[in-house]
Design a protein around this ligand. Sequence first.
Ligand SMILES: Nc1ncnc2c1ncn2[C@@H]1O[C@H](COP(=O)(O)OP(=O)(O)OP(=O)(O)O)[C@@H](O)[C@H]1O
Length: 214
Amino acid sequence: MTVIVLSGPIGAGKSSLTSILAEHLGTQAFYEGVDTNPILPLYYKDMKRYTFLLNTYLLNHRLAQINQAIQDKNSVSDRSIYEDALFFKMNVDNQIADPTEFKIYDSLLENMMEDTPGNPSKKPDLLIYIHVSLDTMLERIKKRGRSFEQLNTDPSLKDYYARLLKYYEPWYENYNASPKMEIDGNSLDFVVDEQAKRKVLDKIDQKLHEIGNL
Ligand SMILES: Nc1ncnc2c1ncn2[C@@H]1O[C@H](COP(=O)(O)OP(=O)(O)OP(=O)(O)O)[C@@H](O)[C@H]1O
């Protein structure tokens, strides 16, 4: 059984690597469904009001996916459940979200993800983190063109994205729910460069061997 989850900032290439990896390993791919998320555009308009609701929505959505992913046994998901708390905490630190709401969310997450006797663990077998710089992130956000993410829709988003990156590095360092590995998404453009794609897949295969899942 191999449950793999991708992680990394907006536009890091998580969804693309999910497709590539699911094809390579012959496993089921699970996607976040950004375009079907009814709260996300509201959140970008009013983060103060919608942080709690967005994260509650995402928690529910991701938990449903995890339940399916662990039944399918072999799967790749384009986003881990663990990163949402990073967004929420960042908003608390910037007085955008309420600390009590964060506490309730965080404890709900912990209870939901806790291993319980007789039930399969909801934790992944491997977390893959795609590291990107702010420039790469901004370039991809622009190229992809989701309207609510654009700097010309809201110029203050540049600071928001820069802050987000600063939260990601320590988050990855401290992540310990499963084995983990990092991919350099700046130098390895696995979407357009076939050689880079090969390199990334070899690195992942090697890690899966190392942890006894290939
Ligand atoms: N917990 C959260 N709080 C606030 N915004 C979130 C949260 N989770 C996701 N988002 C937003 O949802 C959108 C999609 O995020 P995500 O990084 O998961 O996918 P993506 O941008 O399609 O990534 P990739 O290009 O790497 O596949 C982004 O605008 C992101 O900021």
